[in-house]
Design a protein around this ligand. Sequence first.
Ligand code: COA
Ligand code: ZN
Length: 321
Amino acid sequence: MSNPMLPAGPARIEINEVGPRDGLQIEAALVPTDAKVALVDALSACGFARIEVTSFTSPKAIPALADAQDVMRRIARRPGVIYTALVPNVRGLERALEVGVDELNLVMSCSETHNRANLRMTREQSFAELANILGVAARHRLPANVSLSTAFGCPFDGDVPAEDVLDLARRLVEAGAAGITLCDTTGMAFPTQVASLSAAAQQRFPGTPITIHLHNTRGMALANAIAAWQTGITRFDAAAGGLGGCPFAPGASGNVATEELVHMFDCMGVATGVTLAPLLEVVRGLPALVQRAFSNPLLAAGPRLATHAPPAWLAERFPPA
Ligand code: COA
Ligand code: ZN
């Protein structure tokens, strides 16, 4: 459906479901390994291009994902789905290599203070660590994407200059990054900013897939997704149920909800590969999984065309002719 008022983006997008990683890393409840495996297996049936299964981080930093190796070993790998995991350092790479992942997702921040708070390293230390990992990954022919946290603003340092983000991305692409994810860690991004950075990144790194990772902290995630899509972005991170957040970023809250992203693009006739019905079933089970209630407007209302039977009295008031 073309609309002259809304410049169209690509006809097809890909979604990387990050709920099992970004979603569970911040939850207070410790989700049992069996339940994590069942979650990933249920998500595997929904049609995602990628699933970020877990993270090979320090169990002291992220106790919720201390069972990363068990989860990775036990999931049923569905052909066609790329199973990825977050890795912050060489130790994490070693653990990932032991159990096998299809793709690595390395991480560092664009801002100095968040990098220190999240990864306990300076940006330059993180860069050296990631460059090292990229070298090893290349020898294993293992694609390694790099997620750049705080690309749209930092909860400690405030605005992050777009040039700093693009320069860091350039150095990582030169070091062998297979893709770059621009992360709005604490929902500071706004649509015109997203459009401008998305366009600049695609222009500077034409051979490198750019993914946009949004959080809905301030209610702008779907608007930001549209803005990115209009510049040609085809890859989005999202978390089922809108779970998610970085434990080392004050005020962080949920990712853009996968079901809302899928539903919105479905309405617009943009293919996501994801089937909404089984995804909504996964979302329905999330409060029990993380042991807390949360409101989910799409689950409550149903998809847009889930219409209702008219009130019974209408038939009396307006009898058939
Ligand atoms: N996996 C498992 N254990 C790890 C590890 C990894 N990837 N990296 C370090 N460790 C262990 C070390 O073996 C060491 O163990 P010990 O105390 O028993 O000797 C301990 O953790 C400290 O190691 P060190 O290298 O000093 O790490 P650190 O304390 O400086 O922490 C990180 C650095 C990167 C490992 C840690 O900050 C981290 O995991 N951060 C992840 C943050 C994150 O995922 N945020 C949300 C996503 S953006
Ligand atoms: Zn995130």
